[in-house]
Write a protein that binds this ligand. Structure first.
Ligand code: AMP
Ligand code: MG
Length: 340
């Protein structure tokens, strides 16, 4: 673990940054940074100042929301049951709690003690016994997280702990693209550890091409052509361990306290709000195909690509033109189209 941290800090020091003049006069600036436990790649048709302000936004939010950094507001909250948040963090928490409610608790920010018990926070993996799980499950209930919007104070019931990791990258994408747009940028692609947020199109007017990772093998299952959208994936392949021939991944069903085994191995949500897409990618993974389809029919406002454990790809009808399947042995050649 220590070795990994050293390597990652070195990577953080090796921030790459370069500028190339694009044909229409805007400068292409790029950077790769390690933040929020992942590698982020930015391509912005703007200036170095735009990159710098994106980086500062991320590091400020990260130091406030980290569950492991002793100086963070969330660390303090998880120990004392109360903390006052910055405007951005309170905004994020308020919106995330709405997604918890919308998904009837399939997304639950208070799942953190269970994620830790499985070892996903440290890499010291272990299968908790059922007694431990039921004790911890008693502390899982997003409706016992209270946010006072006037003071930006958050309070938790006794023994509860929260983590915003399931929604933060989506929110970061929203805030950075909004800020770039306000500052005159009309073309950018942010890749936040596989979660993509596009601002506008490429400078030549063509759409951004975003690959969707194959959760059952190498490469991608296909390519999406998008502009002004977030494309956010939750997959079992992102973080998992194996024990006695069983695979245990990091997306937990709050109803059982165990990794969600819904028959889906990846869920990609495509929509305008990165935060909503991020929350829904986690929640719909927990729900499984049938409930995810029902949720989409009832709520709408987004598209999705679902991959089942037997390699069946299902897409909502809005993606029929923009998604192209790449043939893969592990993936069935016919896409199922979900209609209203
Ligand atoms: P994501 O990659 O956005 O799907 O977020 C997954 C991360 O959120 C995991 O690594 C856990 O820390 C946390 N998590 C796992 N299951 C849930 C859940 N049901 N609700 C909220 N957060 C979760
Ligand atoms: Mg998510």
């Amino acid at each position: 673990m220590k070795k990994k941290l050293v390597y990652l800090s070195l990577l953080a020091l090796l921030l790459t940054s370069c500028g190339i003049r694009a044909q229409d006069g805007a400068e292409k600036v790029t950077a790769a940074i390690f933040a929020m436990d992942t590698v982020m790649d930015f391509t912005i048709y703007g200036s170095d100042e735009h990159l710098d302000s994106a980086k500062s936004f991320i590091s400020a939010l990260e130091s406030e929301l980290s569950v492991t950094d002793e100086g963070s507001a969330i660390y303090a909250l998880n120990r004392s049951g109360s903390a006052t948040l910055s405007e951005d963090a309170a905004d994020l928490l308020g919106k995330a709690l709405e997604v918890c409610k919308l998904t009837n608790g399939a997304l639950d920010l208070s799942i953190y003690p269970i994620v830790r018990a499985w070892g996903f926070t440290t890499g010291e993996y272990a299968v908790p016994d059922s007694e431990t799980l039921s004790e911890l499950l008693a502390k899982v209930d997003y409706s016992r997280i209270t946010l006072d919007n006037s003071t930006r104070t958050v309070t938790l019931d006794d023994g509860m702990e929260i983590d915003l990791g399931s929604v933060t990258k989506g929110y970061v994408g929203d805030k950075i693209t909004a800020s770039l747009r306000d500052n005159g940028v009309s073309s950018a692609l942010l890749n936040l550890g596989g979660n993509v947020q596009a601002l506008g199109t490429k400078p030549d007017g063509s759409k951004w091409r975003v690959a969707v990772q194959n959760p059952l093998g190498d490469g991608s299952i296909g390519v999406l052509e998008i502009s002004d959208l977030a494309v956010i994936t939750s997959g079992g392949y992102e973080r998992y361990f194996e024990e006695n021939g069983e695979t245990y991944w990091h997306i937990i069903d709050p109803a059982t306290g165990s990794p969600a085994r819904s028959g889906l191995v990846s869920v990609t949500i495509i929509g305008k709000s990165g935060l909503l897409c991020d929350g829904l990618s986690t929640a719909l993974f927990v729900m499984g195909l049938d409930d995810a389809v029902q949720f989409w029919r009832e709520n709408g406002g987004f598209d999705m690509i679902l991959v089942s454990d037997v390699g069946q790809v299902s897409i909502t009808t809005g993606l029929e033109e923009s998604f192209t399947l790449t043939p893969q042995d592990s993936i069935k050649p016919d896409i199922a189209v979900i209609t209203k």
